[in-house]
Design a protein around this ligand. Structure first.
Ligand code: AMP
Ligand code: ZN
Ligand code: ZN
Length: 421
């Protein structure tokens, strides 16, 4: 595939302007300075799974803080409901809520498609599950190449389009291999290099689940992803691309500590053989086997003060989680730090760490947004918290591609863009 658009000479200042001009923000009122580079602006979009907002203040987040100091950070990036990995990664790249893009949970069922699980490669590659238009599809359709080093949805041809480069998910692939490949992509000749590189790192989620967010193992995980970020930023500088490449770092959700004394035992209230439970903890997606929703609601609603139980059409409006038939008839959500488990699971459980999936408005579920580069405001400021549906229009603006229609809005993140003048 070749670039269908001509390469143009743009400078550091005009890179951000180009993005805004394509969005109809008008021509700059003074001429652009002499071009520093002859390239379109590019974006490296990194996801740090389960990186809670306040991890940015932990001692090992050195390179991340340095990046924020020469760009922007958000007070908090607010995930979409449910605050789980697949729904949120796909929201980040489509700008749509999970109810609108279709990945409503890590585990889903639909009569015609069967079961969807993250580990089921055939399901993950079936485009019928994936709605909306991921950033890489938007960019590819507009003649820009893209690359994904692991991102939910990137193994799938959404609307018939996949990133030019993508990989089958492999949890244990060393971060160093991911970073090395990203640097190879960055070093490609400008006409061939991907405009968008999206990549995923799981360390902070793994450590947070196993040991809880306050654990020293989380500091080590932060150090590992921080050094991956540092290596990418250093590589960009070494390649002379600091005025070409924007770095945008996001997470999908935060992490709350859980404990044995905060467990909701489902079978205390419900005969488990009468229901199918898709995703269970801390959001239980429940399907009564006999279709009798009223019976299960009667058993669960009010059963435990730390468990909020909703019919699918009556979830809190702030969850923006309605209207998709993949949402199970009953959705039960535990309060912050509570676990939904069966008695048998509790008996087997020997250690308690962290969990996520709770109400996205909780500070514990907040995650990070840090960005720096030629199109990003270079203020070192912290912008107000915002929903992750706005990441898509932000990245589209940095790339200078026409965004698809989404639930996000560029107005919500304009403060993070470099001003025109
Ligand atoms: P969660 O249960 O929401 O914490 O999901 C986190 C897990 O999602 C990670 O530990 C990975 O095993 C898995 N995961 C992340 N990205 C992918 C992907 N692209 N394909 C398959 N599984 C993934
Ligand atoms: Zn996650
Ligand atoms: Zn997780």
């Amino acid at each position: 595939m070749t670039l269908s658009r001509p390469r143009v000479a743009i400078g550091a200042w005009s890179a951000g302007c180009l993005a805004l001009m394509l969005l109809g923000c008008g021509a700059p009122s003074r001429p652009a300075p002499a071009p520093a580079v002859a390239q379109w602006p590019r974006v490296v979009l990194l996801s740090l799974d389960g990186f809670r907002t306040d991890y940015l203040e932990r001692p090992t987040a050195v390179r991340l803080r340095a990046l924020a100091a020469r760009g922007v950070r958000a007070e908090r990036l607010v995930p979409s409901f449910p605050s789980k990995t697949f729904p949120n990664h796909y929201t980040l790249v489509t700008g749509l809520t999970p109810a609108h893009h279709g990945i409503v949970a890590n585990v889903m069922h639909e009569p015609t498609l069967g079961l969807f699980r993250m580990s089921d490669t055939a399901a993950v590659r079936n485009p019928a599950w994936w709605g909306g238009e991921p950033l890489w599809v938007t960019a590819e359709k507009q003649g820009r190449r893209t690359a994904a080093y692991f991102w939910p949805g990137s193994e799938t041809a959404v609307g018939g389009v996949r990133p030019t480069w993508w990989y089958p998910y492999e949890h244990t692939r060393p971060n160093a291999a991911r970073v090395a490949r990203i640097l190879e992509w960055l070093a490609m000749p400008p006409a061939e290099a991907p405009a968008l590189i999206a990549a995923y790192f799981s360390d902070t989620d793994d450590a947070g689940h196993s040991f809880g967010p306050a654990a020293p193992q989380v500091d080590s995980a932060i150090a590992r992803v921080d050094s991956a970020v540092g290596a990418i930023v250093d590589g960009i500088a070494r390649l002379g691309l600091t005025e070409v490449v924007n770095v945008v770092i996001v997470g999908d959700h935060g992490m709350a500590p859980v404990a044995a004394e905060r467990a909701i035992v489902l079978d205390d209230y419900l005969n488990l053989s009468t229901v199918e439970i898709l995703d269970q903890n801390p959001v239980a997606m429940i399907v009564p086997r006999d279709g009798d929703v009223a019976r299960v609601m009667a058993a669960l609603a009010g059963a435990h003060p730390r468990l909020q139980v909703y019919r699918r059409d009556a979830l809190p409006a702030s969850y923006r989680f309605a209207g998709n038939p993949r949402i199970t008839p009953i959705v039960a959500v535990a309060d912050d730090g509570w676990t939904i488990a069966t008695r048998a699971e509790l008996a087997r459980k020997t250690s308690w760490g962290g969990a996520h999936g709770y109400d996205p408005a909780l500070p514990s579920m907040g995650t990070l947004f840090v960005a720096a580069g030629p199109g990003v405001a270079a203020t070192g400021h912290t912008i107000p918290a915002f929903s992750n549906v706005h990441v898509y229009p932000f990245v589209a603006a940095l790339l200078g591609v026409r965004p698809a229609r989404t639930d996000g809005s560029i107005d919500s993140v304009r403060a993070a863009l470099r001003p025109l003048h």
